[in-house]
Design a protein around this ligand. Structure first.
Ligand SMILES: Cc1cc2nc3c(=O)[nH]c(=O)nc-3n(C[C@H](O)[C@H](O)[C@H](O)COP(=O)(O)OP(=O)(O)OC[C@H]3O[C@@H](n4cnc5c(N)ncnc54)[C@H](O)[C@@H]3O)c2cc1C
Length: 143
């Protein structure tokens, strides 16, 4: 098992890659993300880093799988395809707004939209110690 402190985009990307490796038939650890707050909370507008309405600075195509490198030998294409399931475009397709996003010029999402996209890639497990101060949650990447 691989434990990562922080359920921001970096931790989520690690969990997603582990899922992609497993989907491609490669050995992969179970990844558990531990956060003291919400998943991708620093992007939500509720934790003081942003008001949530500012646009993402980098293109959303630079999502959790970017740059989809061919780092896995003969399995590289399968790993990249599995990572694409976690892409921004897939997220929009799942919500029925992909065509609208393309037709409107592939706008930069707001930070809170990026928070929602990132959060959609993980499942939450209950805090093992609800009496603990703060709002710790444990999450794991899912496909
Ligand atoms: C609002 C905002 C906008 C950004 N815009 C861009 C952009 O457009 N392009 C770009 O490339 N980068 C941007 N960044 C930079 C961003 O930090 C990087 O993209 C980086 O890859 C994200 O890494 P992260 O997941 O570690 O950070 P974060 O998203 O900051 O996540 C860190 C997580 O760790 C948790 N945490 C911290 N300390 C503890 C602890 N002691 N115990 C438990 N949990 C803890 C926090 O609650 C948080 O959820 C932005 C960052 C923010 C916050």
């Amino acid at each position: 098992m691989l434990a990562v402190v922080g359920a921001g985009p970096k931790g989520i990307a690690i969990a997603a890659k582990a899922r992609a490796l497993a989907a491609a038939g490669l050995p992969a650890p179970r990844v558990v993300l531990v956060d003291r707050g919400e998943v991708a909370g620093n992007w939500s507008g509720r934790q003081g880093y942003t008001n949530g309405l500012l646009p993402l600075g980098t293109p959303p195509e630079k999502d959790v799988g970017y740059p989809y490198p061919a780092s896995w030998g003969a399995a590289s294409a399968d790993v990249a395809a599995a990572m694409a399931e976690f892409s921004w475009q897939r997220h929009l397709i799942r919500h029925g707004v992909y065509g609208d996003w393309v037709d409107r010029g592939r706008m930069r999402p707001a930070h809170r939209q990026w928070s929602a996209y990132s959060s959609s890639l993980v499942i939450a497990a209950p805090d093992p110690d609800p009496a603990r101060p703060g709002n710790t949650s444990i999450t794991e990447g899912e496909q």
